[in-house]
Design a protein around this ligand. Structure first.
Ligand code: 16G
Ligand code: ZN
Length: 537
């Protein structure tokens, strides 16, 4: 049987031959590069996904997207059966297979089948989705060709245009036999709509909360999904959906990454817009809020602010409902120092710090009954342990425990499978409504310390290695000492550096009491990185 696969692969590979020299690796967010370099990678990812599905005897997800990157890029990532990121050993394998010359491909696949003892009689099942990029349909076809090369009769559920978090949801629902929800886009939409409507109840205004907002769809899939969802939320949320797609350019001067990095409003939002705005990224797994105050000053509420809003509210509800569940938060070194401070000192909620990348945060959050995890860039969600789900549902069903009922509503509105901008948005809106808050009340929970990000191009970014969740440098020797010395000159100074997982640069983060100091601190550290990574040391 393996030899049959080998000949089918040789045949099918002719249409997806590797004509590109560039080495392409499976990074933090899967394979990602210019779209026109990816045809052979997609075909091979199709092969890998079919084999992985046979091996784990479950459905595997494949998402074609380059998230917040520009339109000319694209990428792909695999989703394991419980909705988690692909197992690390298979990331290595996927990289190896993606970079083999054509003539070595079928031979390697046969040896993989043998060494991993993959049972070929198990039918492979792959769930495929893509974002709105022009290059995505053809790349999606290449994935499907790869899946079929392994097994003509593979079960392929091609959902077309979906957000990354919907793809994760579909994988979890399919493998869970529907206990998490119905494995369709309509199932996802109605789960969220019903949960949100239940949380808001009959009166969508409360205190200073007004149900009007702008959603910036980043000209991507978030706009498509929001449109579907908002039909079901008429009379509950009053949304002005902007940056809906072509002729608007994907992620161009809009979207969550643009707002976070540029620290400014997206295209088509003005300082007199009179309401809050929520920016999604190109595949709708990141969320950043912003607004202008009465004086016309811009304010941004990033992943840290969202995390603290969720953690504070859930903490409150746990106290009110008298449920004994352990709430915790997970952040990365990029989390603003003030947010960590607020969590640990004011809320008394434990905070775990992990390296950058969703898989680390998600995993660490599962250590708590209720684990709220967010990256400052707006990616995050809340995970609930089986014990938490049962405890909350039991208490909610007694009828008299209003706080437990509200928590049960959040169980359904939150997409726990992965960070989901649209589900997070509904959770934020439900909390602001519950508290009767204006966005300014939320913003004033704590004041962010001024901060700045820099990139340094060096000969080899992997010269920089780190420890302690990326907070301290191990190599090059002497760099950490330099960073310590520089940071100590600034009040509230904190800085760290790490090699990027998605770009060929070393990233520098700096935070201090004033913007000027944060900028200075970052510049000095960037100079030290440049010097010690110049290759002369
Ligand atoms: C990827 C990660 C994201 C992380 C970012 C960092 C996933 C699904 N995505 O987009 O969590 O923040 O990489 O990029 O893990 P960097 O290494 O270039 O700074
Ligand atoms: Zn994204």
């Amino acid at each position: 049987m393996a030899s049959k696969i080998a000949s089918r692969i040789v045949e099918a590979a002719k249409a997806h031959s590797k004509t590109v020299e560039k080495y392409i690796g499976y990074g933090t967010a899967g394979f990602r590069t210019k779209a026109d370099l990816l045809d052979h990678v997609m075909f091979r990812v199709g092969i890998v996904s079919a084999l992985r599905s046979k091996m784990v005897k479950a459905s595997i997800g494949v998402m074609i997207t380059a998230s917040h990157n520009p339109e000319e890029d694209n990428g792909v990532k695999l989703v394991d059966p419980h909705g988690e990121m692909l197992e690390p050993a298979w990331e290595v394998l996927a990289t190896e297979i993606a970079n083999l010359p054509d003539e070595k491909l079928s031979e390697r696949i046969v040896s993989l089948i043998e060494t991993s003892k993959i049972d070929l009689s198990t039918r492979s099942s792959v769930i495929v989705g893509r974002d709105t990029r022009q290059s995505s349909p053809a790349l999606c076809q290449a994935v499907i060709d790869g899946i079929k090369a392994v097994e003509e009769d593979s079960e392929i559920a091609n959902f077309g245009i979906v957000s990354t978090p919907i793809l994760h949801y579909l994988v979890v629902c399919t493998n869970g036999g529907g206990t998490y929800g119905e494995p369709t886009v309509d199932g996802y939409v109605s789960k969220l709509v019903n949960a949100f409507r239940t949380l808001i109840g009959d009166d969508n205004k409360r205190g200073k909360y007004e149900p009007s907002l702008i959603i910036d769809g980043a000209n991507g899939v978030g706009a498509v999904i929001s449109e579907k969802l908002l039909k079901g939320l008429e009379n509950t949320l009053n949304v002005n959906l902007i940056n809906l797609g072509p002729p608007g350019i994907l992620n161009y001067d809009c979207g969550a990454d643009y707002v976070k990095v540029q620290q400014r409003e997206p295209l088509n939002v003005t300082s007199n817009c009179g309401t809050r705005c929520a920016s999604l990224d190109g595949d709708a797994d990141r969320l950043i809020y912003l607004y202008f105050d009465d004086a016309g000053k811009f304010h941004m509420l990033d992943g840290d602010k969202i995390a603290l809003l969720l953690a504070e509210h859930f903490n409150d509800l746990l106290k009110k409902s008298q449920l004994n569940l352990k709430l915790g938060m997970v952040q990365t070194a990029y989390a603003n120092g003030s947010s960590t401070n607020y969590a640990t000192k004011v809320l008394n909620v434990p905070v775990t710090c992990t390296p950058t990348g969703v898989k680390f945060l998600h995993h660490a959050a599962q250590e708590f009954d209720i684990g709220v995890y967010f990256e400052a860039n707006g990616h995050g969600t809340t995970v609930f342990s089986d014990n938490a789900i049962k405890t909350i549902q039991d208490a909610a069903s007694t009828g008299s425990n209003a706080a437990a009922k509200e928590l049960a509503g959040f169980l359904n509105v939150i997409n726990s499978t992965v960070g989901d901008a649209i589900s997070d948005l509904l959770a934020v809106e439900a909390i602001l409504h519950s508290k009767g808050w204006h966005i300014q009340d939320w913003d004033e929970m704590y004041q962010d310390l001024p901060n700045r990000l820099f990139k340094v191009s060096v000969a080899d970014r992997n010269l920089v290695t780190t420890t302690d969740a990326e907070r301290r440098v191990v190599t090059p020797e002497g760099l950490q000492e330099r960073i310590d010395n520089i940071a100590s000159k600034f009040k509230d100074g904190r800085s760290f550096v790490r090699p990027s997982g998605t770009e060929d640069v070393v990233r520098v983060y700096a935070e201090a009491d004033t913007q000027e100091n944060a900028d200075k601190l970052g510049k000095e550290v960037a100079a030290a990185v440049g010097e010690l990574c110049s290759g002369n040391n």
